[in-house]
Design a protein. Structure first.
Length: 1067
């Protein structure tokens, strides 16, 4: 049998890994003296493996010589232990096993190659022989050189041989005998032959016979062509297979050669190790002998020293006599030497000049040699750098292949899980549909239906409306237009259909599944063009913001922004440390020690800023701390793949985001600097980059389904939190009129030629919101919100992400209102939104926040509404998400009330909003949560004010309805002026000009209270409670308040509303 190529290569790799692992594990248990040996051995393994994969065979000797030099310098042969011998033996055993497996694979490849060769030869020798029919037997036989006699096929040579063999018998036999030997004809043979010869089939004309013969020949030719093509295709496949087998065999032979080379290298390595051990042992013995000889020599030297000291005393006396004699001789010689000295001085000068010339020549030669050596060293360094780059590229390629394999496995697992999920959802949908048709559940919308999109969308054939989920289905069936259309198209005459009959008929007849979605093809193209247009617009806005930021920075450079922080010097040092660490680090991944140093620096800054001292925050910003944090966070931008490792660990990036947040928290100066210096666009770009990595670009039909859950991790949440903190601080410290914010401080003389700070602030904020809208941040958040299909009780990271995202949207709406509509009423129809925020939120159904909130609150679907009720007790995480979402709804309603009412009042979302409001009111009745309750009350008021259709929604559904729950609030909301100011405007908005709602209201309370409340405001329109509630803790403007009746109900209809509530209804 054929040995698989890939499995054999995998066997070699695994075997080599086993050897490497066994070497390291065994050598770690060795003694301290053998600690250097495993490192050498492991390097040998790595070199051998690398040589198999990448290194040409010619480098094997160089690698072996390098190993040998390393062993001679580092390895102590006396430290070779039994463990080393066992490791080497194990490696030899594995090498033998690999060699045996390689031989078997080569034999298998040769056998398969021979078999394929035989098959090819057999296929080439197989001829195609097709005859047309019995009428053309003779012509076909003649064409092919064969004749058929008596049912047997014979060629012409056999016929001639048979004829010649019978020739002698015919010559020796008479004609009579030949006739008698012929078999007698049976009776009736003549009549049978006559009928056969006179049959109509033999009366065909020559043309017909020829035409029929040609048709048969054509069919036979076509059959031969078909068989010839099949034969050619089969031969081609066999040849390709034979080519693959030969290639495999060559790879196996090449691998056997590499294994033999490695085996020879290993044997040479063992031999050198043994020789080194022998040499070292001999050297130790020689050292011992030398020590003994040294001791003997030392003793002899001591004796000699004693004898020499005595001799020196005798010589000293003799020298004194000799010195006196020599002194007289030296005086005589001095005179002679003076003469010679003058001669030598002249010679020395001449010799000095010669030596100076020689020295200059040597220095010149030395400089030339040094330059040559430097060039040689530069070439060697370049070669080592190229080798290192090649190794890094190979390592990166291996890592990329491993990552791709892991990513493929993850995708396969995700597809498998998604398939199982879809299968279970389809089964659940079929069960629910069967339950609806059998038990009449479709007639009851009191329970909370699912908002999960259908796997196969539905459509109302009567209204031509697309239905994407169960919420949209029930909301459409309950709609007035649909019910009226069903009644008009009903075949029942004489009476009007009831609501139950209309719903039953709708589900049975008009609600159908869409087999093939007829999606218009120009829409994706239009979306692409719109996206390109938005990108161009975003680039223009960013360029304008950058130019303004440069002007601001140049102006701030001339100012002396001091701070009286006690930690000013420390913060400046820490900011410089951050910049220094960034400058020292190269383009690769950060080492562990550098990451630890970065974390320590960020930790020290965090401990200082956690004291929430504004002076400390300003000192850190002035020292360039925000700029250093931007440089740290910029390492995230090159990462475009989910599984690509960042240069800095995510934990350190989260620490940097936390420091950024502490720097801007409740510090108007830093937040204003972030806006005016355009640092805010960097945060937005980084945020949209993170969302783009984890939220793919999809159409609206599948938006949110492929969102990666890693988007809810700390880095993206931290960016959302920082952006929300900056927005909230800008709202709280927005300059009014010509007043100036805390930063920058510009003198009066400089302000003469510049616009007011309020106008500059408004233009910057408008550009910022326009930029955020055009880069697609709203659409990405929409995908994140749509991906939430369950609870957040046990997922605090997701809950934090949702809170910060909704808080960011709330801050954007508040800023947009503050800079675009600060001088207008909420109910003014003259609305202008140059930022495009309203259009973006309207196109995405409030960025999917309502969808998210519904799924979070009603993740446990009620299957039997008669015996169960929606969950009305939620955890703190869910409550916080609900509060932030409702604050966003209220701020958007203040920004554009008609858009808010049209979005939330549309089919599907209106039913979801009714269930959300009812459930949250029920939760507040069980658990005291004033902030959540007030947000719900204000939101219901905005939802129903001057909108009859929305007023009907709050009084529909299971009892108690939303309106009834508002009327059943605790007594304090009807007696405490502060709480009355919260509740009564919403009741007025929900019941004005709606008699049915007014009747429901009168069952719980007196409408005279509402009329009196309106009368009080008519008399004192400027009254406001100092402790009034403001959603999110921020006011709409300097003179506006969320809880003012003028901002909850149009002032021009106050008198009409008072008369309406004073009027008695006839029951």
């Amino acid at each position: 049998p054929r040995w698989p190529k890939k499995s054999f290569i995998s066997l070699n790799i695994y075997a080599l890994d086993d050897v490497k692992n066994s070497d390291s594990s065994t050598l770690q248990d060795s003694s301290v003296r053998t600690s250097e040996i495993p490192a050498v051995h492991i390097d040998t393994e790595c070199v051998s493996i690398t040589q198999q994969a990448d290194t040409p065979p010619l480098r094997a000797n160089d690698i072996f010589l390098a190993e040998k030099a390393g062993i001679e310098s580092e390895m102590d042969p006396s430290d070779i232990s039994n463990s080393m011998a066992e490791v080497l033996a194990k490696k030899e055993e594995l090498a033998d096993r690999l060699e045996k497996a390689n031989e078997e694979a080569i034999a298998s490849a040769i056998a398969e190659e021979e078999q394929l060769t035989r098959e090819i030869e057999a296929e080439e020798n197989n001829d195609i022989n097709i005859e047309t029919d019995n009428d053309s037997d003779f012509s076909a036989s003649m064409g092919s050189g064969s004749v058929s006699f008596c049912g047997m096929s014979m060629d012409w040579n056999d016929v001639l041989a048979d004829y010649e063999a019978r020739e002698t018998w015919r010559q020796s036999t008479s004609w009579g005998d030949i006739v008698e030997e012929e078999p007698a004809r049976p009776p009736g043979h003549g009549i049978h032959m006559h009928e056969k010869l006179s049959s109509p089939s033999r009366k065909r004309t020559i043309a017909e016979s020829k035409k029929k013969h040609e048709e048969k020949q054509m069919k036979a030719q076509q059959l031969r062509e078909k068989l010839r093509e099949e034969k050619t295709l089969k031969l081609q496949k066999l040849l390709e297979r034979e080519k693959d087998v030969r290639k495999w065999k060559e790879e196996l032979l090449d691998q056997r050669r590499r294994m033999m080379e490695e085996k020879l290298l290993h044997a040479e390595f063992k031999r050198e190790v043994q020789l080194q051990a022998i040499v070292k042992k001999a050297q130790e013995e020689e050292a011992k002998v030398n020590e003994i000889a040294f001791i003997n020599t030392l003793e002899a030297q001591n004796k000699r020293h004693d004898v020499l000291s005595k001799l020196k005393e005798y010589e000293q006396r003799l020298n004194e006599l000799q010195e006196e004699r020599q002194r007289r001789q030296e005086e005589k010689q001095a005179r002679d030497e003076a003469v010679q000295e003058r001669k030598r001085a002249l010679e020395a000068e001449r010799q000095a000049r010669v030596e100076e010339l020689l020295m200059r020549r040597k220095e010149q030669e030395a400089r030339i040699e040094q330059q040559r050596q430097e060039k040689e060293k530069a070439r060697e360094d370049a070669a080592r750098e190229r080798a290192r780059d090649r190794e890094e590229r190979l390592a990166a390629l291996t890592a990329a292949q491993q990552e791709a394999m892991e990513e493929l496995q993850k995708k396969i697992q995700l597809k498998h899980d998604e398939s199982i999920r879809r299968h279970m959802e389809q089964i659940e949908q079929r069960k629910e549909k069967a339950a609806e048709l059998s038990s009449g559940r479709h007639a009851n919308t009191d329970y909370a239906p699912k908002l999960t999109p259908y796997e196969r969308k539905k459509q109302c054939s009567l209204c031509n409306v697309l239905i994407s989920s169960e919420v949209y289905l029930f909301s459409h069936i309950k709609g007035k237009k649909h019910q009226q259309a069903v009644r008009e198209n009903s075949s029942i005459q004489g009476r009007e259909l009831s609501d139950e009959e209309v719903e039953h008929l709708s589900l049975k007849k008009y609600i159908i599944d869409i087999v093939v979605e007829s999606a218009a093809l120009p829409e994706p193209l239009k979306d692409g063009e719109e996206r390109q247009k938005n990108k161009k617009k975003a680039k223009k806005i960013k360029a304008r913001m950058n130019s303004r930021a440069k002007e601001y920075e140049s102006l701030m450079e001339t100012k002396n922004c001091g701070s009286d922080s006690p930690y000013k010097a420390k913060l400046q040092r820490l900011a410089k440390d951050l910049l220094k660490q960034l400058q020292v680090q190269d383009s690769g991944s950060w080492a562990n020690n550098k990451v630890s140093a970065l974390d320590r620096t960020l930790g020290e800054i965090t401990r200082v800023l956690e004291k929430k001292n504004v002076a400390d925050q300003i000192a850190f910003q002035v020292a360039g701390g925000l700029t250093a944090l931007e440089h740290i966070l910029q390492v995230v931008v090159p990462t475009t793949n989910v599984n690509t490792a960042s240069r800095i660990p995510p934990k350190s990036l989260c620490n940097a985001i936390n420091v950024y947040n502490l720097t801007c928290s409740n510090c108007s100066e830093n937040c204003t600097d972030v806006l005016f210096s355009n640092k805010i666009t960097f945060l937005m770009d980084l945020l949209i980059h993170q969302l783009t990595v984890y939220v793919p670009d999809e159409n609206n039909a599948i938006l949110g389904r492929n969102t990666n859950k890693q988007v809810f991790e700390g880095l993206t949440t931290g960016l959302l939190k920082v952006s929300a903190v900056v927005f909230s601080c800008l709202i709280a410290n927005r300059p009014e009129g010509n007043s100036q914010p805390a930063t920058p401080k510009i003198s009066t003389q400089e302000m003469k030629n510049k616009p007011s700070q309020g106008d500059a602030f408004n233009s910057r904020v408008q550009d910022l919101i326009s930029y955020v809208v055009n880069i697609g941040l709203i659409n990405k958040l929409h995908g994140c919100f749509l991906s939430v299909q369950g609870p957040v009780d046990e997922n605090p990271k997701m809950a934090t992400f949702l809170q910060q995202a909704t808080e960011l949207l709330h801050g954007m709406c508040m800023l947009c209102f503050a800079v675009t509509r600060r001088s207008y009423s909420i109910f003014d129809n003259n609305r202008q939104d140059p930022t495009g925020l309203t259009s973006a939120l309207q196109a995405t159904d409030l960025a999917g926040v309502l969808h998210m909130l519904y799924c979070v609150l009603f993740h446990g679907t009620i299957s039997d509404p008669s015996t169960a009720s929606p969950k009305e007790s939620y955890t703190q995480n869910t409550v916080q998400v609900a509060i932030q979402s409702l604050q966003f709804f209220n701020s958007f309603a203040a920004l554009d009330l008609p858009a808010f009412q049209s979005i939330v009042g549309a089919e599907g979302l209106s039913l979801a909003f009714r269930h959300i409001a009812s459930s949250l009111l029920g939760h507040c009745s069980q658990v005291s949560c004033e902030s959540l309750l007030h947000e719900v009350i204000v939101c219901v008021g905005y939802f129903t004010v001057n909108h009859p259709d929305n007023q009907v929604i709050v009084q529909s559904g299971r009892h108690p309805t939303v309106l009834q729950k508002l009327c059943q609030l605790p007594f304090q909301y009807f007696s405490d002026p502060r709480l009355i100011k919260v509740l009564f405007p919403s009741l007025i908005a929900a019941c004005y000009n709606n008699r049915q709602n007014k009747i429901i209201l009168e069952q719980e309370m007196s409408c005279v209270l509402l009329a009196t409340f309106i009368q009080d405001f008519v008399q004192t329109p400027g009254q406001a409670d100092n402790q009034s509630y403001q959603p999110g803790g921020k006011s709409l403007g300097s003179t506006q308040d969320y809880l003012e009746l003028a901002n909850r109900f149009p002032q021009e209809t106050w008198e009409e509303a008072r008369q309406f509530f004073l009027k008695k209804e006839k029951k």
